[in-house]
Design a protein around this ligand. Structure first.
Ligand code: HEM
Length: 431
């Protein structure tokens, strides 16, 4: 086959492509049909969609791991690392003067720069260091559990607990006061919710250009907030993450303000929304599956299993993008230098060659090699923290609950990047 006919053979049919680029498909679950089809028929297919640059779609867990592991061959920084239409990409490049990234951060760095910056805080997020924070996190969890239980039997679990608990944890790790939570919550929701009129406050879905401008304003809001914090920590360092970032050096030199801001924004946003979503989905699944609820309730040693299964099920980050740094074969498919690649974590998490009954939610699933945190050198820096937060919350909550059920519709935020529930109405009975 010559190169043209090879590319033609790799093309994904338009009906499947339409689902891949439809934010609503990620909210209502239609995406899973498309993922299933792709894993079976075109595990490494080429999508051509109007308004987007062509992109390769990687749906098998093994291929996602291979590409993630080789960050010298597949770059995070040369193109957008989150899936984005061409007009937004162009607008961002206009705003930044050529860079595809509004924020210079770990997620968009490549070797050798990436590791130099990652090690600055990596130790802070390792299980051994996190043990020191366990009592502090448990106090926060208990506060939220009491708040929820005081509602008397009906609440929106998202607003009462899931949304603000991880935020409170990340704020306490940064060492900033509770009063600043509202601004941080607003900025995070704006960063990930530009496609949702409920978040942007617009009458309709914003145009690509308007979205890019909206994002740039949000990033500036983050900068204003963190600049003040960083200056304070340089003057008076404390035992918190902000002081680590504010005083960080690479190659013996203080890091640039841009890199510093990128660090704060990535940790603040990545550390919050994703964990909120996973916590909410854990509760939603327990409410939907009384049998699984009883299982984990009667055997608390299954709580880490509940946490893992909820993170697999939720897959809060739908995909990250890479680009090929050279011409390369992946699973027999030729990719060319510069090609844009979508790693579909939600598909890897339902890959039937890896998971037994992937469409069932099982708190005792073992092994559970889910890929929601990515894989390889960019694997989530906060994965141990996210799991710790969720474990502690359910350790405190489950002994108090006799039963839980959904009390209304679970509506999800439509987004191509990070999406979670908009609300999670539940009804519960106490022990
Ligand atoms: C990276 C998911 C929680 C901070 C990532 C990546 C994924 C991910 C998929 C990989 C990016 C890539 O390969 O390009 C999640 C999920 C979470 C979660 C599903 C919760 C359930 C957290 C928390 C924090 C955090 C709690 C911080 C407190 C980061 C950072 C990176 C990252 C800084 C960039 C790492 C790098 O590029 O080296 N996360 N994350 N995340 N995450 Fe998380």
């Amino acid at each position: 086959m010559n190169a043209t006919s090879e590319l033609h053979a790799a093309l994904i049919p338009q009906d499947q492509v339409s689902t891949l680029v439809d934010p609503q498909a990620y909210a209502d679950g239609r995406i899973f049909e498309t993922y299933r089809w792709l894993r079976k028929h075109k595990p490494l297919g080429l999508a051509v969609a109007e308004g987007f640059d062509p992109f390769w779609v990687v749906t098998r867990a093994e291929d996602i791991r291979y590409i993630s592991r080789h960050n010298d061959l597949f770059h995070s920084g040369d193109t957008q690392f989150s899936f984005m239409d061409r007009a937004s990409d162009q607008r961002i490049r206009e705003i930044t003067g050529g860079s595809p990234h509004l924020v210079h951060s770990l997620v968009s760095m490549d070797p050798p720069e990436h590791m130099k910056y990652r090690v600055l805080t990596q130790g802070y997020f390792m299980p051994k260091s996190l043990r020191k924070l366990e009592a502090q996190i448990r106090d926060i969890a208990c506060e939220f559990v009491e708040k929820m239980l005081s509602t008397g039997g009906e609440c929106d679990f998202l607003t009462e607990v899931a949304l603000n608990y991880p935020l409170r944890v990340i704020m306490s790790i940064f060492g900033v006061p509770i009063e600043d939570e509202a601004i941080m919550l607003k900025l995070t929701q704006e960063l990930f919710g530009a496609q949702d009129p409920d978040v942007s406050g617009a009458a309709d879905v914003l145009s690509a250009e308007a979205q890019a401008e909206y994002l740039a304003r949000t990033v500036e809001g983050f900068h204003e907030y963190f600049r003040t914090l960083s200056d304070a920590r340089r003057e008076n360092p404390r035992d918190d993450l902000s002081s680590v970032i504010a005083n960080a050096k690479v190659d013996g030199q203080p890091i640039s303000e841009q890199a510093e801001m990128g660090y704060y924004i990535t940790v603040a946003t990545a550390g919050h929304d994703t964990t909120s979503t996973s916590t909410a989905i854990a509760m939603a699944q327990l409410a939907r599956h009384p049998h699984e609820f009883q299982k984990v309730k009667s055997d608390p040693s299954l709580i880490p299993g509940l946490v893992d299964e909820a993170i697999r099920w939720a897959t809060p980050i739908k995909s990250f993008m890479r680009s090929a740094a050279e011409d390369i074969d992946v699973s027999g498919q030729r990719l060319s230098k510069g090609d844009w690649i979508m790693l579909c974590y939600g598909s890897g998490n339902r890959d039937e060659s890896v998971f037994d009954a992937p469409d069932s939610f099982r708190v005792d699933r073992s092994p559970n090699p889910y890929i929601s945190f990515g894989h390889g050198p960019h694997i989530c820096l906060g994965m141990h923290l996210a799991k710790l937060e969720m474990r502690i919350l359910f350790e405190e909550l489950l002994p108090r609950l006799k039963s839980v059920e959904l009390n209304g519709h679970l509506k999800m935020i439509p987004s191509l990047f990070i999406s979670g529930p908009k609300a999670l109405p539940i009804r519960f009975a106490l022990e």
